[in-house]
Design a binder for this molecule. Structure first.
Ligand SMILES: [Zn+2]
Ligand SMILES: [Zn+2]
Length: 284
């Protein structure tokens, strides 16, 4: 953690561009960055929550219309592009874990907006699981997508875990940060096809011995920073369902565009190189 992060609270600077924020700014984003983000509103994929492309007349994104998913529903806040991508890259590759709490605040608001959209469920006499009601599922645990142990030691933190921890507090749902583990380094998958991603992830995400007893019979909310094709999310869901969870939903801060298997066609740096140069300046 940088000394400045200790002296000053993280939210006096914009989490995307780093400029000082006027007092009272919501969500730790300056006006320019907040308006430069394509927020998930309007037509969204019913399954994974991605922003649907203009030419897509279905209710599902390209990926969800060709592939079955093991999760039930996904929530996303923004398109992975512009300032939204900048925040994620800073957090992951430029040692800025302090952005996680600000992202969690936005993600909690996203979920709460969904829950309150149709009005208070009690007034309508609907059950908590009635989708038409807009009520939120009764999640019993918030679970971060795990990072391989060696990679976490190298980076110093798992950004998904930081976000999940802050989000769990906001939603008042227990955090189960060790419910999943990644048994090997699955590398960077942006250049892999969907089939190759699945093969690469096969068996890598699992519920460690002892964790299953706390998962049985629960609907859970999985947390990550970004979503692309859903292969990681599905691998996590597969392990959680096998361990006895009844449903797996997920939330991310940003998702790739509809029809693209990359986070953003022209906006994603060569992640592996970027990672090395940011973490190990001598490699530059
Ligand atoms: Zn900004
Ligand atoms: Zn989708």
């Amino acid at each position: 953690m940088r000394l400045l992060d200790l002296i000053y609270p993280g939210d006096i600077y914009c989490i995307a561009c780093g400029r000082p924020l006027p007092p009272g700014t919501e969500a730790a984003l300056c006006e320019d960055c907040a308006s430069g983000i394509r927020w998930a509103a309007g037509r969204l994929c019913e399954k994974c929550g991605k922003i649907l492309s203009e030419g897509n007349r279905k209710n599902l994104c390209h990926d969800c219309s060709i592939d079955e998913h093991l999760f039930r529903k996904g929530y996303t806040c923004a398109l992975y592009s512009g300032p939204a991508a900048e925040v994620i890259r800073d957090m992951k590759y430029r040692n800025r874990p302090s952005a996680a709490a600000a992202l969690a605040a936005i993600m909690a608001a996203r979920i709460e907006a969904d829950g309150s959209r149709v009005g208070a469920r009690d007034d309508r006499g609907c059950g908590a699981r009635d989708d038409k009601c807009g009520a939120l599922p009764a999640w019993g645990a918030v679970i971060p997508v795990p990072m391989y142990k060696g990679k976490k030691e190298q980076r110093g933190y798992n950004q998904a875990e930081l976000i999940a921890s802050s989000l769990a507090k906001r939603l008042k749902i227990p955090l189960q940060k060790d419910a999943l583990e990644r048994s090997r380094d699955t590398g960077v998958m942006s250049s892999l096809s969907l089939g190759e991603r699945k093969q690469n992830l096969s068996g890598a995400l699992c519920v460690p011995p002892g964790a299953a007893k706390n998962l049985r019979g629960k609907e859970v909310l999985l947390v990550d920073d970004v979503y692309t094709t859903g292969s990681t999310t599905d691998s996590c869901a597969e392990a959680l369902l096998a361990a006895g969870c009844t449903q797996v939903d997920f939330i991310v801060f940003a998702s790739g565009s509809d029809g693209s298997q990359d986070l953003a066609q022209d906006d994603m740096p060569d992640t592996e190189l970027f990672y090395k140069s940011a973490d190990n300046p001598q490699i530059r």
